[in-house]
Design a protein around this ligand. Structure first.
Ligand code: NAP
Length: 308
């Protein structure tokens, strides 16, 4: 019987691992399908305290995992599939195998949101992508015009990063004002290689018939006018949706699928705690996820102490 199983290895999960390991709870930490979480796909993280020069997202997560392992956390490649309640414990199914545990910390994070148009799915990985750091340097995108969709920090970061490779970057946003933080927005608007296309949405990604991205058909949401932009890639950066579907009916979720927290890091089920982007639709920062992971670990430790 495990004391604590942590589902997810992003900032929230690995910080919970660090704290529960240091509390001698010998946590089992499941990576899921994206070890290290979404931060591993970020280029430089400039706002994590303690890194005045910034740190590469992958390196930050690798260091956090090493730190948790140093105190005894066991990080295991494994994908959580389901959960059921036992008396004062839970049975998880992980890659088809049962794992019994007294407490669970859900830190499953969030995934990239999709535009939801048919051509997007058909051209996925054929020029449509959700990660500039992962795909931006591919030969198919080099010295070509590229489109980034979105107006938040992610879109600004992706667009700025892509200027290293692209001949030109078009930032397509559905309003005429960026949602991004001031510093990111200002940086983007000052970059000569980036051209914002305001008040516009992607009506269609071209060209499904050629089985590759050749352009986008845009629609102006104010005038209804359409225009076509030639491009070799479409980078979708329109936010995230929480990875909580496997907990539906078991854990209370809000209308957007975020876990509803009770008294800090607890959930509606005693013994199950939650942290990070699967709970937080307000702050959604690496450092707040880490803080929530710490809180969930302390709550799990107190819950276990009260059981004995
Ligand atoms: P976000 O802040 O939710 O922004 C999503 C953007 O996509 C918004 O501009 C939104 O438009 C647009 N959008 C949403 N659905 C759309 C659709 N169906 N079609 C077209 N456009 C759509 O998401 P994010 O940029 O991923 O950022 C998430 C969080 O992570 C934020 O808290 C952000 O500060 C943080 N973050 C921080 C950094 C950093 O500091 N280095 C980097 C990345 C992310 P509207 O503006 O009209 O709503």
């Amino acid at each position: 019987m495990e004391n604590v199983v942590i589902i997810g290895t992003g900032c929230a999960g690995l910080t919970a691992a660090l704290y529960t390991a240091r509390a001698n709870l010998n946590p089992l930490v499941l990576t899921g399908t994206m070890p290290g979480g979404l931060l591993t796909t970020t280029s430089t993280v400039e706002n994590f305290p303690g890194w005045p020069e910034g740190i590469n997202g992958y390196d930050l997560m690798a260091k956090l995992q090493q730190q948790a392992e140093r105190f005894g956390a066991r990080v295991q490649f494994g994908t959580f599939e389901s959960i059921e309640t036992l008396p004062q414990s839970f049975r998880l199914t992980v890659d088809g195998e049962p794992v019994e545990t007294r407490t669970v910390i859900i830190a499953t994070g969030a995934s990239h949101r999709h535009l939801g148009i048919p051509s997007e799915a058909k051209l996925d990985k054929k020029g449509v992508t959700y990660c500039a750091t992962c795909d931006g340097a591919l030969p198919m995108f080099r010295n070509k015009p590229l489109v980034v969709v979105g107006g938040g920090d992610s879109a600004c970061e992706e667009a700025t990063y892509l200027t290293r490779f692209a001949s030109q970057v078009f930032l397509v946003h559905r309003r005429d004002q960026l949602r991004a933080s001031k510093i990111m927005a200002e940086r983007l608007l000052k970059t000569p290689k980036i051209t914002p296309v305001w008040d516009s949405v992607v009506a269609e990604i071209l060209d499904v018939a050629q089985d590759k991205v050749t352009g986008v058909r845009l629609r102006n949401v104010k005038t209804g006018a359409e225009q076509t932009l030639e491009c070799a890639g479409v980078f979708v950066a329109i936010g995230h949706a929480p990875n909580t579907s496997l907990f539906k009916g078991f854990i209370d979720l809000d209308e957007n699928g975020y876990i509803v927290p009770r008294k800090g890091a607890a959930t509606n089920v005693p013994g199950i705690f939650a942290a990070g982007d699967c709970v937080d639709h307000v702050y959604r920062q690496a450092i707040t996820a880490a803080g929530m992971g710490c809180a969930a670990a302390i709550e799990a430790e107190r819950y276990l102490a009260a059981l004995t």
